[in-house]
Design a protein around this ligand. Sequence first.
Ligand code: PXL
Length: 277
Amino acid sequence: MKRILTIQDVSCVGKCSLTVALPIISAAQIEACVLPTAVLSTHTRFQRYTFADLTDEIEPTMNVWKAEGITFDGVYTGYLGSFRQMELIEKLVREFKTEDNFFFVDPVLGDGGALYARFDQKFADRMAELCAYADVISPNLTEASFMLHKPFQEKGHTEAYVRTTLEELAALGPKIVLLKGIDYGDGRVGVATYDSRRNEYSAYFHERIPGAFHGTGDIFASAVVAAITRERSIADAVKIAADFTLDSIRRTVVNPNARNYGVDFESALFDFARKFL
Ligand code: PXL
């Protein structure tokens, strides 16, 4: 069985980060190891939240793994809580990255043109530096615009804009860029992909369901990581992950009593898992 390490927070209530990454990775029959960056009562889009920073645990934990000879088929980072965490993650990658495994950075910073609570431009700049170490990054357009110091454009993108943005993100250092939230104004939304090694561009579009859905970036990233780990191509991984995210949103909007703090990916998990039998 493959083994991956995911580094992000535990939001105790709120369907995001580790509480979605763990079941999704497990459903693809991959061992999921965790390095929690913080424990929050609720994610930071709730009005109130506690935040217990776990930065000091990172180095001792990684030293134990190193001494025990533990290896990973992939390392996947999501929401990070401090500048020092990024420095320690760079160290972890130097220790655990080999020719045969991958480092995936979901540069969680914001959405809808704005940064999440607790983050500022400096944090986005530091995240851009972390992306240099990655094999694959998966920003949305908000995160791309902050990391690149470009104005945010929600809709009506042109092919030229998308290509330039992909190339600018690749210039940060990652081999492959997955850029979420592309909208050519035809009612669909998509993920554009650029493989800088092969100089290949592609895109996958699907129906846009109106509304903002929390945690969908984490669902998408976890599903892509799972599919890559199970040796799917990048194009297949993007399709599997985007379809699963859309399915999760669909199953949420049909429920009139849904609490708007995360989507019902649980209802879509069985169909997702069947792709990895
Ligand atoms: O879904 C991204 C995310 C992860 N973790 C925490 C968050 C958010 C988004 O707001 O607040 C703590």
